[in-house]
Ligand binder design. Structure first.
Ligand SMILES: C[S@@+](CC[C@H](N)C(=O)[O-])C[C@H]1O[C@@H](n2cnc3c(N)ncnc32)[C@H](O)[C@@H]1O
Length: 208
């Protein structure tokens, strides 16, 4: 379902993402990438390659199940695939990065287990994604705001069902402290960003 959603909006995805985040989406990605080790990095759910410019001298592999998104990605190494079944050998990467993908996964647990497998011992995963604010009143305000904004944007760009899906997906998962607990990577740091703290960054570490 999710990969098909993104196939339909690949051409307008980056522009709309920038508008919806008030120009902050790249800043939020950068704050997570800055915490990751150098070396070989996997961008999981890389999409159009919006993060490519912030990986610096790292050796990059971009993976995504939507060929239409990957076709717009200029990374040297691009792989069509799913986070739940990573087509890489054990201990291939020093770091894994994933931005705005987790809400779209069929299984977060299966993907984190796969990330742990392909990371080298001591390697780290950095994830940035959207969630409802922690405070209940702020979450209610955010829910109303995202309903209006995302339904309106969906109508304007002719992709109503895709953006309605994005609105629904914000309520799908628990907060990151719960979502990534009891999995093979250790939660090293979680922090909130953006208006009402509706964006989170998290660093997960593979033990040595
Ligand atoms: C909101 S876009 C984010 C793209 C990019 N990471 C960015 O920061 O702009 C979500 C991406 O996740 C991809 N995706 C959906 N299901 C996935 C899965 N099971 N495994 C990996 N990527 C997936 C979609 O195809 C889409 O490109």
């Amino acid at each position: 379902m999710s990969a098909e959603v993104f196939s339909g909006i690949a051409g307008s995805y980056d522009r709309i993402n920038r508008i919806l985040s008030l120009g902050q989406d790249q800043n939020w990605r950068r704050r997570v990438v800055d915490e990751l080790p150098s070396g070989r990095i996997l961008d999981l759910g890389a999409g159009t390659g919006a993060a490519n410019e912030i990986f610096g001298s790292r050796s990059l592999v971009g993976l995504d199940p939507a060929p239409e998104m990957l076709a717009l990605n200029r990374a040297d190494h691009r792989v069509v695939g799913f986070g739940e079944y990573l087509p890489f050998a054990d201990a291939t990467f020093d770091a894994v990065f994933s931005a705005y993908v987790v809400r779209n996964l069929a299984s977060v647990a299966a993907t984190v287990i796969e990330i742990a497998r392909v990371l080298k011992p001591g390697g780290a995963a950095g994830i940035v994604d959207l969630a409802r604010p922690q405070n209940k009143a702020a979450a209610t305000i955010h829910r109303m705001g995202s309903a209006v904004t995302l339904h309106t944007v969906g109508f304007l760009v002719g992709a109503h069902s895709e953006y309605a899906y994005l609105h629904r997906s914000l309520d799908k998962l628990p907060r990151p402290e719960v979502l990534y607990a009891d999995l093979p990577l250790t939660i090293e740091r979680v922090w909130r960003m953006g208006p009402l703290g509706f964006v989170y960054g998290i660093i997960l570490r593979k033990p040595q």
